[in-house]
Design a protein around this ligand. Sequence first.
Ligand code: XIL
Length: 359
Amino acid sequence: PGLKDVLGEDGFEHVGVAIDQRETVGRPAQLVQRHFNAFTPENDGKPAEVQPVEGQFTFGDLDALLDFADATGTQVYGHVLVWHSQTPDWFFLDGQRPLTSSPADQALLRARMEAHIKAIADHVNARYPDGDSPIWAWDVVNEVIADGDNANPHDMRDSRWFQVLGETFVDTAFRLADRYFPQQALFINDYNTEMPTKRADYLELVSSLIARGVPIDGVGHQAHVDFARPVQWLDDSLTAVEKLSARTGRPLLQAITELDVSDSKENNGADVSNGTVPQHSPAMADQDQAETELGYYYRDLFDVLRKHSGSIESVTFWGISNGRSWLRTWPAARPWESPLPFDDDLQVMPAYWGIVDPA
Ligand code: XIL
């Protein structure tokens, strides 16, 4: 069965996958249509792609994906309006001079943020004058919390957005996104949100945004996880967001935005030293065993997600097949990584059965 059919019955509205143009033709395109009802542009909506030079917008690659969405009736999760990575340096420079936190530089950076978001909205509105754009959501800000402790409030990442504008760059991004994309669900998004310390920082920030009346609709969990990371941690983070929503009376959607499961030997560079014993054997003696372990991990993970299907609006896998996973090349060549439900030949893996055959 198609993942979207199984997971749709379990109450997940959007079942998506990260793609680029390679997935819009041939067998990959068929697989997208069979298993998914949504996609996220893997790279084509990022600032570096959309506005490489100030004032010069390049929408060709994003348009190709929107054409595919239109032709197939697939929904789109927009990624990403404001980020520190894959964002050109010119955003943060005045000529050669780095922007500071002076009022004039702050005004300049805010104006650039607005121009960027507005240009994307103008483009989308020109494509869809009747307002029937396939984009249902946006990552408004991505990865704004740091991994370790630092001196910033809520351990905010010391990005150039933060250095110039302070924490309220997040508020500004949401207010602008709300002005220019009034119909779309507006998400904050981050990785390692299942890690206990980052969870606390993330929740604190979201709670301050709510207190300040910032128009945030949802909380995203990238869920780039690994075998050594107990699924209970993600469970706890999903519960924490639900409790925050109940406590503040503010509806909050949740989204699993970039799901993949890495081999525990590398751990995505994440700190897993928080004292919890891994539930899943990291002993990947051979490839078959690794695949079987992955199947069990996916089964346990989706047990958790199903418990939270009331708040989780969307589940997106970060790549259509192992051969297309970013983990094969990031942060170094790792050809053994097989983090997704479909193998290099687009055949189902044990991970697929772990999802469709719950315990
Ligand atoms: C990754 C893409 O998958 C790669 O192709 C690219 O080289 C780097 O970015 N968090 C995010 C995504 O929000 O945008 C990243 O995507 C993966 C981590």
